[in-house]
Design a protein around this ligand. Structure first.
Ligand code: GDD
Length: 317
């Protein structure tokens, strides 16, 4: 079997590549755009296609050459905050790339299974009586990023219905782990701690809103879930992926601070606060569990420690 991962050198892509190389006998290919440090250690085991995916011809040619049985489409602009500053850039990028993958597969007559990656952000403004969130919940997106994910999700459904493509849609909740870049809460906090420990900055950690409660899982559990969803999921169906536990951003901060080797002062930074931050997001993943048996296994504390160790090593260099 052959897999193609778009965005293989990204945070999630690199973990998925590791998972597939370790747990399957598949040939793993991927498209790369931007820095490749995350896959340096895997390079000689991967088939790489350096490419930007905004042109249909490029995408078609890659799929023609890679001949995938499974496509994990991960390449996307993932930052909610960036999407608020430049809405069209995120909408154009995320929708266009998704459309090109689906259209290329349809035109080539390929039977590849395609994983369409949405987000818990699609649910947006959930009501307290709607928790934990099931896939049947109404979608009330609160950012251009969330709308771009609703569009990807619906394109995945549309191409299944209109072109009979084997798409499986997923809505992952927040995931953390080594290699996640700055701009997300766990690396934003962990890097400041690592820098303070190394004496590179004052022992002060700047934070945004600590009240929201989110459903955090480890990226290594998430990629295992992506594999399960695409190999065992029902075509056209949509699945939540999360830990089914709500933890406040304050708890995440406390967890990291408890592992710090120096005392740190916490300071509110108004620039880090967001408009329309949904108070609580927590998943109900019974649909994917019933179908595949998937559930998260990695404890929250281990994820936090691995994130902090990752940043300790990076700031030391
Ligand atoms: N980034 C960041 N930095 N967030 C902070 C900070 C900070 O210093 N302080 C508090 N927060 C709060 C945010 O206000 C938000 O409520 C929460 O931490 C999580 O923020 P992020 O880690 O940036 O993630 P996100 O929820 O916006 O989006 C992530 O999860 C989605 C799945 O639910 C991304 O990974 C998306 O791509 C993904 O779809």
């Amino acid at each position: 079997m052959r897999a193609l991962i778009t965005g293989i050198s990204g945070f999630v892509g690199s973990h998925l590549a590791e998972y597939l190389l370790e747990h399957t006998d598949w040939q793993v290919a991927g498209t790369v755009y931007g820095p490749e440090d995350n896959i340096e250690h895997l390079r000689d085991r991967l088939e790489l296609y350096p490419a930007e995916l905004s042109e249909l011809e490029t995408v078609t040619s890659i799929i023609e050459r890679a001949k995938p049985d499974y496509i994990f489409h991960l390449a996307a602009q993932p930052l909610v905050s960036l999407s608020r500053r430049d809405p069209w850039a995120t909408l154009a990028n995320n929708i266009r790339l998704q459309l090109n993958i689906l259209e290329a597969v349809a035109r080539l007559g390929s039977t590849a299974r395609i994983l369409v990656v949405g987000s818990s952000e699609e649910y947006g403004l959930v009501q307290p009586d709607e928790l934990p969130i099931k896939e049947t919940n109404p979608l009330r997106p609160t950012s251009p990023y969330a709308v771009s994910k609703v569009a990807q999700d619906m394109l995945g459904l549309q191409y299944h219905l209109s072109h009979k493509l084997f798409t499986v849609r997923v809505r992952p909740f927040n995931h953390i782990g080594p290699r996640q870049r700055l701009g997300f809460v766990a690396p934003d906090f962990a890097r400041q701690i690592a820098e303070a420990e190394a004496g590179l900055k004052e022992p002060v950690i700047k934070v945004g809103n600590l009240e929201p409660r989110r459903d955090f899982s480890d990226v290594r559990d998430v990629v295992r879930g992506y594999h399960a969803a695409l190999t065992e999921g029902e075509p056209g169906e949509v699945y939540n992926l999360g830990s089914e536990q709500a933890r406040s951003i304050g708890e995440l901060l406390e967890g990291l601070l408890s592992m710090a080797s120096v005392p740190l002062k916490v300071e509110q930074d108004p620039a880090r606060r967001r408009r329309a931050d949904v108070p609580v997001m927590v998943s109900d993943c019974s649909r994917l569990r019933a179908r595949t048996g998937w559930r998260v296994t990695i404890p929250f504390e281990k994820s936090l420690r691995d994130v902090l160790d990752y940043w300790r090593e990076r700031v030391g260099k």
